[in-house]
Design a protein. Structure first.
Length: 366
């Protein structure tokens, strides 16, 4: 069955947004399927791909997870980079892969820069949410976002400017816009979240792209993209977390990728939220688990992180006994071989010694 309708989205920034929907609705039940849907938004035909797990039956609310491709990318390709389908099948959420519009200034797909038009894709995503809410049973308190490269930058924008809808988000290999960029170039105003917002970033320390550099990027003395330290400082301060993060070094299970991972967790935020960094040491413009670092799977890390939260904070948060604050973190002190010699070879039998006194025996294959 095919139906279409015109929806008045209201007035944003003094402009009326009109939306024409062309929605393809399965006649009987929702199965395990990919659905491509189209809409006319702000005078342009826009598209997004929807994955509905076979467990969906419209009797219970399902969370949403948006995944945003990078600049010049395409949703149909990004599905295979950030493949949330097997996770959605078991975790029971709907995965959405929106398609960025062609930037008339550069001729490639983009989420941020739409010169010389005045498109703002924040409202495109809100339109998708509104549409899905009409056709599916959605948990409005559990809508999440993640993205890669420019899609990561856009995920930050959703956390800043669509915060009343977004419960938590993750940015992979992409930075947050500095105030100069946001205020003086786009006239968006400062980042303005309204609820405790859990967020995670997955940056590479050797990423040489200006919009995802670990140390940030400025044009002469004009700051354009924030550094990782500035980003974590902003969100940990906003969420009122502990000042100092807990560090845990993750096992370097793949010795051929040239990188390893450290996890930094800022705990005990308002409503039990956490700010987290998965630091890919020597990593580049990676999507861990698909290309670049192979010690972690970014897709699994994303869902494991965001799924704990709703727009009220940590689900079932007990401020007097937060599950986050009860986690025991351990730090790797040294690695030795079976003869007790300190080693950095990352192959054969090794003993991992942690600061809590525990020891793990591993056999690593190079």
């Amino acid at each position: 069955m095919i139906c279409s309708s015109i929806v008045n989205l209201g007035i944003y920034n003094g402009k009326m947004k009109k939306l024409f929907l062309l929605i393809i609705i399965p006649f009987l039940s929702f199965g395990q399927q990919l659905i491509t849907e189209n809409m006319i938004f702000d005078g342009q035909e826009r598209e997004y791909i929807l994955y509905v797990p076979s467990s969906y039956d419209a009797t219970s609310e399902f969370p949403l997870l948006f995944s945003f491709h990078g600049g010049s990318g395409y949703a149909e390709d990004f599905i295979y980079t950030n493949d949330m389908r097997p996770i959605a099948d078991t975790a029971n959420f709907i995965a959405i892969y929106p398609q960025g519009a062609i930037d008339p200034d550069g001729g490639t797909t983009s989420w941020i820069h739409k010169a010389p038009t005045d498109h703002d894709d924040i409202f495109f995503i809100e339109a998708i949410i509104n549409s899905l809410n009409e056709n599916y049973v959605i948990d409005q308190n559990r809508i999440y976002a993640c993205g890669y490269s420019e899609g990561a930058i856009f995920s930050y924008e959703l956390g800043c400017r669509l915060n009343h809808k977004i419960a938590a988000f993750v940015a992979v290999s992409g930075s947050m816009l500095a105030d100069y960029y946001r205020n003086d170039i786009y006239d968006w105003g400062p980042c303005a979240p309204i609820h405790p917002t859990a967020m995670m970033l997955i940056p590479g320390t050797n990423d040489d792209n200006p919009h995802s550099s670990y140390d940030g990027f400025s044009y002469y003395d004009l700051p354009l993209y924030m550094s990782v330290d500035e980003i974590t400082s902003y969100w940990s301060s906003y969420n009122n977390t502990d000042i100092n993060p807990i560090l845990s070094e993750l096992p370097n299970i793949n010795n051929s990728d040239g990188s390893n991972v450290e996890r930094y967790s800022w705990l005990n935020g308002d409503a039990c939220v956490t700010v987290e960094e998965l630091k890919i040491i020597n990593g580049g413009h990676d999507w861990p688990g698909s290309f670049g670092n192979m010690d972690i799977n970014a897709s699994a890390e994303i869902w494991n992180f965001v799924s704990k939260y709703n727009t009220d904070g940590l689900i079932n948060c007990n401020l007097s006994s937060s599950p986050e604050s009860s986690i025991i973190y351990k730090n790797l002190i040294t690695t030795i071989d079976v003869l007790g010699r300190k080693t950095n070879t990352h192959k054969g039998f090794q003993l991992y010694i942690y600061d809590d006194g525990s020891v793990e025996k591993k056999y690593l294959i190079k």
